[in-house]
Structures are given as C-alpha cells and as structure tokens.
Ligand binder design. Structure first.
Ligand code: FAD
Length: 474
C-alpha cells in the first residue's frame, strides 16, 4: 500500500525556519516529504555558473538539516510530480511562491494540473510585500522607488513576523524517487570555484551568522559606510536572501531589534530601505515581466550601441586600464560577489564609456554572481543604463578616476584586486597613465606590460555617449 503524504516543494526557500509552506504542512500532516526539483527544462534563463555552485552547497546543507531526507529530482516539474504521485498517495502539494516570469507561467499551468488530482497550496515565503499588495490608488503598479516604498510599503500592513522552525520528524524518505545531489550536475568540471567557495558558507546557519556579524559590526554607520568597498558596513546577505536561506522577514525583524538605539536610526532606516529596493525589483519584474529582456523605456530601443567584442572581453577580465573598474570585475570573478558601489561603477563604464548594451553586463553578472537574481540584476542594469522605470538619468556618467579617489581613498580595495599596482602611490593609483616615469619605475609598473593602458579615453567616450543618447530623443 502506498504511503499517504504531503509534499513541500523547496524552491527559493532553502531553509526550515520561517518557511510558511513547510510550517503549514507540519501542522496538518503526519508525513511530509521535502523535495527539490532542478527544472533545467523550463528555466529561462538557465542558471549561471556561480549560482550552481552555491545551489549545490546550499542543497547539501539543507539535506543534512533534514537528516538526509530531501528528495532530489531533475527535469520538467510536471513529470517529476507525476513520478511522485505514482509512488506515494499524495494528499497535498505546497510551496512558497516565486515571481520570475518563467516560474509564474510554469506554476500557473502546473497548479491547474495538480489541482485536478490533489490539494495544492502556495504561500509567500520570499517577500515582505507581494507585488499585488502594494499598488497605487488607481490600482496600477508603482514605477518609482520612493513613493513605492514610503507611501506604498510603509503604509501597508507590516510584514508578518517570522515563524518558528516546525517539528520535522515526519519527513519520510524513499530512495526510489531521489537521484543523488551530484546527479543534479551543478558543480563545474574545472576547479575555478575553489577560491570562491572558501569565502562563503551557504545554508541557513551561514545566513544567520552573516546577520549577526552585520548587526554587530556593520549596521552602525551603514548609511555612509555602505559606499566604501574596503569597509565592513555591508551585510553580504544577498546570496542568502536570493536562495531563501533566510527570509526578508527574518532580516527585517532581526535588524529592527536595534530600533531602541537612537544613534543608529538613520543607518537602520537606510538598511531597511535597501530591503525595500529588493521588494521594488520584484514588484517591477512581476508587473513588467519583460524587464530582463527589453528596455522599460522604449526610446532606448533606438540607442546606437557599439559592438566591440574586444572591449567586452577586457571589461570581463578586469583589463580596461581603469583600476577601480578592473578591481570590481576581478572581485566578481574571484569571489562571486561585487560590492554595490562597484556594480554601479563597472556598469556605468560598460554602458556609457564602452557604449556596450546593458544585456552584456547583465549576462556576465548572471553567470558570475553567487547572488544572481533575475529581479535585482535586471532592475540594476536597467537602472544603470537609464532605460529602467526609475533609472539613473542617462547623463549621470560615473568618472572612474574620481569614484576610486572618493570611495577607495586609501586604495586598499583596489590594491587587493590589482596587486600589480600595489606600490603605486595613491595620487596615481586610479590614473596610472598620468604618473611620471620615475613614479612608475619606483612602483615597478610598466604600463602596457604589467598593467594595461586605458582602453578608452574618459572625456571623449563620455561625450560620445551623450551624443548617442541625444539620438533617442528624436
Ligand atoms: P546590503 O547593502 O547589505 O543590503 C541588504 C540587502 O538589500 C541585499 O542583500 C539585497 O537583497 C538588498 N539590496 C541592497 N541593495 C539593493 C539594490 N540596489 N537593489 C535591490 N536590492 C538591494 N542584487 C542581487 O541580490 N542580485 C543581483 O543579481 C544584483 N545585480 C545587480 C546589478 C547591478 C548592475 C546593480 C547596480 C545592482 C545589483 N544588485 C543585485 C543590487 C545590489 O548591488 C546587491 O543587492 C548588493 O550589493 C548586495 O550586497 P549586500 O547583501 O552586502 O547588500
């Protein structure tokens, strides 16, 4: 006789605490099966390389939390459920909702199909406010961040408080249904990821450790300090939030425990508003599902992008000759992460100095970031390119020399990733091509050999970008 069970489908909620779907099933069923489906058939875009490495480690951790009871499946989700329903007497299937366009489409048809056979339920486990909960008075979605967050979110019902970890002794395991985690084939063939892996601790415990460290060491002075990449004011929670190893509700209420400390009020407010930016990106992605592929402002469709493959390669490899840009790109390659200030600097450089389409940047980030997130990445790139709903004005073009001097004044961050410039005096660190020969000699730098000459000139490329932008207005 088949066992009667309920299924919790883990997706972007790789945790057991504050997991609304898992919690609901644990209250209503004696036997729950936890599954993960690597649906590489329907996914669009396909998972990036760094994300796969993270996912592998995170699933491994979750499986251990569940005493090895997590069932791994691969392929089309509908086929996987058919297989499960053949083996078990399934009473209910439940999950936490996702907002990526391909998942919304798949889940809609899957839900209809499954509902004809079993009970189906879904919950909000990834957002503070779901996209349909925060709308303008006329029922349309917000397109500008400040009113979205201040007027919309903060005047809505406050996010639900986190739920405790359920009792999980009910989880069954039937080896017949599960492939091994290695069969998901998430790990790369070459060992490029080894250094990156050492820097992170994927999984629920690693996520909570990050919050603790951030609250202790980063939150005070977050508002100003978050701009300086060599400081420790940012939380680095983004990959943990993306994979749902921690919920935004847990981060929101955990940081709010500091509310009594008046001296950090502005820092706390600012940190919460960054979580608000995450919500805003999901709001945009849900209401404007073409966000990852199409300019939100249609006038950008006419933009005369350049097609210089060589320049793109140099940008990807951190060989543009602009040390702050190259440091950011090398941080990304080596760690799977890039500080937000640098994401803006390298993004502006790609789109506005090299005149390369933001899609190229978005794709490269997608492959390299451990926090690659369809909502945040697409919204971030459209913001940088000026083509987004509430975007940086196109004429705001970051000057990479000034950005370096302002946000890495002691050169610590830049020298960490560009060791060939470690002996350059700070005066010329961000513009080595302007350094006199004796300074270059004493820093052991031969430009063009040890470190490249700039691939574009800042002033003229800026002018070219402004002229290109002017053509979109006609
Ligand atoms: P903290 O400063 O500690 O912020 C806490 C959390 O708030 C973050 O973990 C993140 O979830 C959220 N957050 C912070 N800033 C933003 C923002 N600008 N937009 C949306 N959410 C934000 N973020 C991703 O998570 N995935 C991406 O793929 C991604 N791609 C980006 C691409 C570009 C071109 C740009 C400009 C930004 C991108 N961001 C992305 C947003 C932001 O850079 C990162 O969320 C942030 O740097 C993560 O570091 P942190 O966790 O230390 O941030």
């Amino acid at each position: 006789m088949k066992k009667k069970i309920a299924i919790h489908w883990f997706r972007f909620d790789l945790r057991v605490s504050d997991n609304p779907s898992l919690n609901y099933l644990s209250k209503n069923y004696d036997n729950i099966v936890g599954i993960y489906i690597f649906d590489d058939i329907n996914s669009d875009p396909k998972l990036g390389s760094a994300s796969k490495v993270w996912l592998h480690a995170s699933l491994d951790y979750l499986n251990k939390q569940l005493n090895g009871n997590l069932i791994f499946l691969k392929g089309d989700a509908k086929g996987c459920f058919d297989q499960l329903m053949d083996s078990f007497d399934v009473e209910e299937i439940s999950w936490n909702r996702s907002y990526e366009p391909w998942i919304v489409k798949r889940d809609k048809s899957l839900k209809m199909y499954l509902k004809s056979k079993v009970n189906v339920n879904s919950f909000n486990g990834s957002l503070l406010w779901e996209p349909w909960e925060v709308l303008k008075n006329d029922g349309t979605p917000y397109k500008v961040f400040t009113p979205y967050y201040r007027k919309g979110c903060l005047n809505s019902e406050m996010p639900r408080t986190p739920i405790q970890k359920p009792k999980l002794e009910n989880l069954l395991f039937d080896k017949m249904n599960s492939i091994s985690i290695d069969d998901l084939e998430l790990m790369p063939e070459h060992n490029w990821h080894v250094a990156m892996e050492k820097l992170w601790t994927p999984g629920e415990k690693g996520a909570h450790n990050k919050i603790d460290v951030f609250i202790k060491e980063g939150l005070a002075n977050y508002k100003d300090g978050r701009n300086f990449p060599s400081g420790n004011n940012v939380s680095q929670l983004s990959p943990h939030l993306h994979f749902g190893e921690v919920s935004p509700n847990q981060v929101w209420y955990r940081s709010k425990t500091q509310e009594g400390k008046k001296e950090i009020k502005r820092d706390l407010d600012h940190f919460l508003s960054e979580l608000g930016w995450r919500e805003f990106s999901f709001n945009l992605l849900y209401h404007f599902p073409t966000l990852p592929k199409e300019n939100l402002q249609k006038k950008f469709d006419k933009f005369p992008w350049d097609k210089n493959k060589d320049a793109l390669k140099k940008w990807q490899k951190g060989l543009t000759g602009y040390p702050i840009v190259d440091a950011g790109m090398r941080e990304l390659w080596q760690t799977g992460y890039m500080h937000n200030r640098l994401r803006m600097v390298v993004g502006s450089f790609l789109v506005k100095n090299l005149l390369l389409h933001w899609h190229h940047g978005e794709r490269w980030f997608w492959d390299c970031l451990v926090d690659a997130d369809l909502a945040n990445n697409s919204a971030g790139w459209q913001w940088i390119a000026g083509s987004g709903a509430d975007a940086a004005p196109y004429f705001r073009i970051f000057n990479p020399v000034m950005q370096g001097q302002k946000f890495d004044p002691d050169g610590k961050y830049t020298k960490k990733y560009i060791p060939e410039l470690k002996d350059m005096p700070n005066k010329y660190l961000f513009n080595p091509w302007e350094a006199p020969k004796d300074i270059l000699d004493s820093a052991n730098v031969k430009l063009g050999k040890d470190y490249p000459m700039p691939i574009v000139e800042i002033g003229s490329s800026r002018q070219k970008a402004l002229e290109a932008f002017a053509t979109t207005k006609s």
